[in-house]
Design a protein around this ligand. Sequence first.
Ligand code: DAT
Ligand code: MG
Length: 149
Amino acid sequence: MEQTFVMIKPDGVQRGLVGEIIARFEKKGLKIKGLKLIKVSEEQAAAHYQEHQGKPFYPGLINYVTSGPVVVMVVEGVNAVKEVRKLNGATNPLEALPGTIRGDFAQDIGRNVVHGSDSAESAQREINIYFQPDEICDYDYLPSRWLYE
Ligand code: DAT
Ligand code: MG
């Protein structure tokens, strides 16, 4: 099993999309192992987006992600990283297909509603920025036997 990190960004929370977005991950059969609503600190945002430091959109990105509460999640599945990024859709909502979260709910790359880690390694790094180990819950996810052969 693979874990990934998901964030419903401030626009997603403010626009009342939290339930809709979580429902998509649930219906896909992804196991939610951690879930909370938080305000992202400057330090967390800088650590999360360190790969983008120095790029023209970086200040706006940090401003955006720290501008209001977000929902952070630890999500598990056999190919959780890829499955989440597929459900999220392309980074730029203009290129995101209908049926994806960004394709259905966003229009602007700077307000693209949701984040998903780009690899298992990034996921572990990002989970550590936002979660304490005791906030991640291990439990029997009963649908597993109906999801995987
Ligand atoms: P993703 O969120 O799909 O992993 P990324 O890691 O390349 O995409 O970029 C992180 C976030 O930064 C992205 O969700 C939105 C913002 N961003 C990326 N490229 C941008 C650009 N050219 N202009 C404005 N914002 C951008
Ligand atoms: Mg990324």
